[in-house]
Design a binder for this molecule. Structure first.
Ligand code: AMP
Ligand code: GLY
Length: 415
């Protein structure tokens, strides 16, 4: 089977690595890919991820059987729709269904209609009204910009003044779409779910991301600074509740409303006193959750995609080992950062690193080209052992331009 992955980050690096091991995959291309993927796939840096026509042409010319779309942008911009019109099989929802990630207002309205547990909310479309609302709303209050924001469009205001400032930030114009929601207390976790219409099968392993930039969950929100799996202190009962109260109902809701969802649905949940509640849905694998989950997945990802297509049982097998991934990011990220810093020390051990933001310079050395740069992976028979291994691999990396959190997976050790 000729398979094409779309994307250039660490998530796509992990998807490509996993597909490479599949008994079904005979040839693997990545558009655009990155320079660290060349040992596992043919990369195509000359084709842009948002050049849908060029991707379609490539897929037709090369008789691609399956396209696996990694990032949210091509999904919300309709790449699946375009490829499907030419009878190319695509793993990743179409434009209408991807609104579940692309529009916070859409996702909230759907959850409200189908009574899927989430924070109470209201959508406010004018700055004047928003300023009035935050004068006497309960605090903390969570403000979410509608539309894609790479994990950075959310402000949690603790004080009245922060709430007023947040309104200023999220309403550059009088009319903007912003969701205001109640602050939920509890631990966050991520559940990837295979979805085909109303058929939904969650991954049997939960992962936990670390969204804030600095240790002890301080600093601004990022795309994710590290992840691990399994999450031993968030037990099987929570996964079962997440499936019954969130995964199954949202798949039914999408189908009932006429959306044709096929792909991964990412459930970002928070474990409150009343059980799991939805923080966000994404229309694709999490990054860096995919890197740790696909490292731990023993069974064949492509086989699971084919099983999902036929709505057959998805017989997941997971390794015993725990997996921890620590992200090294450019100093300054998620705000402005410099590019072009030399990074070395990992090249001979690439199977334990997933690369998001590196490219080769004229001397063939790796230099930074993005905010999140490289994820160091550790495996071990306990979270502690996997964490130790991951940090050993972090220290092998030499660079002046990077920073990382020192407490990835600590939540699993405390309990
Ligand atoms: P989102 O982009 O919706 O996932 O939000 C980014 C991050 O903000 C989440 O991972 C949470 O850490 C935090 N967050 C979002 N909504 C809430 C909420 N209602 N209560 C508490 N924290 C939240
Ligand atoms: N790690 C969070 C996300 O992929 O959205």
């Amino acid at each position: 089977m000729k398979t094409l992955v779309i994307g250039s980050g660490g998530r796509e690096h992990a998807i490509a690595q996993k597909l490479k091991q599949s008994k079904h995959v005979t040839h693997l291309d990545v558009i655009p890919g990155n320079d660290a993927m060349t040992a596992i796939a043919t990369i195509h840096p000359e084709i842009a991820e948002n050049d849908h026509e060029a991707i379609l042409n490539f897929a037709k010319t090369n008789e691609i059987d399956w396209v696996i779309i990694g990032p949210e942008q091509p999904l919300t911009e309709g790449l699946t729709d375009l490829l499907s019109e030419s009878e190319i099989s695509v793993f990743g929802p179409n434009k209408a269904a991807a609104q579940i990630e692309g529009s916070k207002a859409f996702a909230k309205a759907l959850m409200e209609k189908y009574q899927i547990p989430t924070a109470d909310y209201r959508e406010i479309d004018s700055k004047t009204e928003a300023l009035k609302y935050v004068q006497d709303c309960e605090l903390p209050i969570v403000l979410k910009k509608d539309g894609l924001a790479a994990g950075k469009g959310v402000i949690i205001a603790q004080t009245r003044q922060e709430a007023l400032d947040a309104v200023d930030t999220l309403y550059p114009n009088e009319n903007e779409k912003v969701v205001f929601e109640t602050f939920l207390e509890g631990e966050e976790f991520s559940v990837m779910t295979f979805v085909n219409g109303s058929y939904a099968v969650p991954f049997e392993t939960i992962a936990q991301d670390h969204k804030r930039a600095f240790d002890q969950d301080k600093g601004p929100n990022t795309g994710g600074m590290g992840a691990y799996c399994p999450v031993p202190h968030i037990g099987e009962d929570v996964l079962r509740q997440t499936n019954e109260r969130i995964a199954q109902p949202i798949a039914h809701a999408l189908e009932k409303e006429g959306y044709d969802y096929f792909g991964i649905l990412y459930i970002g949940a928070i474990l409150t006193k009343e059980g799991p509640k939805v923080i966000e849905f994404n229309a694709r694998f999490g990054d860096p959750e995919a890197q740790v989950l696909l490292t731990r997945l023993e069974s064949d990802l492509m086989e699971h995609i084919l099983e999902l297509k036929e709505k057959q049982p998805i017989s997941q097998q997971w390794k015993q080992d725990a997996v921890v991934g620590v992200m090294l990011a450019s100093k300054g990220y998620p705000a402005a950062y410099d590019k072009g810093s030399l990074v070395s020390g990992f090249e001979t051990d690439l199977e334990h690193y997933f690369v998001s933001g590196l490219k080769r310079d004229a001397n063939q050395s790796f230099v930074t080209s993005g905010g999140r740069v490289i994820l160091a992976i550790g495996e071990g028979d306990s979270i502690e052992a996997a964490q130790k291994k991951a940090y050993e691999r972090v220290t092998k990396i030499e660079s002046d331009g990077l920073f990382y959190r020192k407490d990835i997976a600590n939540k699993a050790l405390k309990s």
